[in-house]
Design a protein around this ligand. Structure first.
Ligand code: FEO
Length: 171
């Protein structure tokens, strides 16, 4: 059985992961509007991945006999000056997610909730990867600067990331 405190924290994290999905979806739309189709696809894949993070937490609450409570998802920014600004925002966002995960880990340790602690191990590892991915793209974008050729190449590279599920076309 989950304590009410842990249950509330995990529900909060579900909201945050869905907010993350929303944020990446908005970044994807902005990249698509700027014809950066590879980046748009990478960001769409990331948006989908965030939903799976929310669902992992959701399933933990259900399996432990807890109650799911879904709060409204906050509004996100709609446009970024350039890809560097967007990926810098993504990196800062991921650092914030890491802090939130670490706080719930601390809570689980304090309450000796071993099952929650164990489940959160996956998120601790995942956050290392999330921050590393965003950092690598930020660093490449810094090197690229205003050069359209290398930006085109990076866009192509990022477009190689597969989607988790296909999206029906709008036409
Ligand atoms: Fe679910 Fe990007 O952290």
């Amino acid at each position: 059985m989950l304590s009410k405190k842990i249950e509330a924290a995990i529900n909060g994290q579900i909201n945050w992961e869905l907010y993350s999905s929303y944020l990446y979806l908005s970044m994807s739309a902005d990249a698509a509007a700027k014809n950066l189709t590879g980046m748009a696809s990478w960001l769409m894949s990331q948006s989908q991945e965030e939903v799976t993070h929310a669902m992992k937490l959701y399933n933990h609450v259900i399996e432990r006999g807890g109650t799911i409570s879904l709060a409204p998802i906050g509004a996100v920014k709609a446009s970024w000056k350039n890809p560097l600004e967007a990926f810098k925002d993504a990196l800062e966002h991921e650092k914030g997610v890491t802090d939130k995960i670490n706080k719930i880990v601390d809570m689980a340790i304090a309450e000796k909730d071993h099952a929650t602690h164990n489940m959160l191990h996956w998120f601790v590892d995942e956050q290392v990867e999330e921050e590393a991915n965003a950092t690598a793209i930020v660093e490449k974008l810094k090197l690229i600067g205003d050069n359209p050729g290398p930006l085109y190449m990076l866009d192509k590279e990022l477009g190689g990331r597969p989607l988790l599920f296909t999206i029906p076309k709008g036409d």
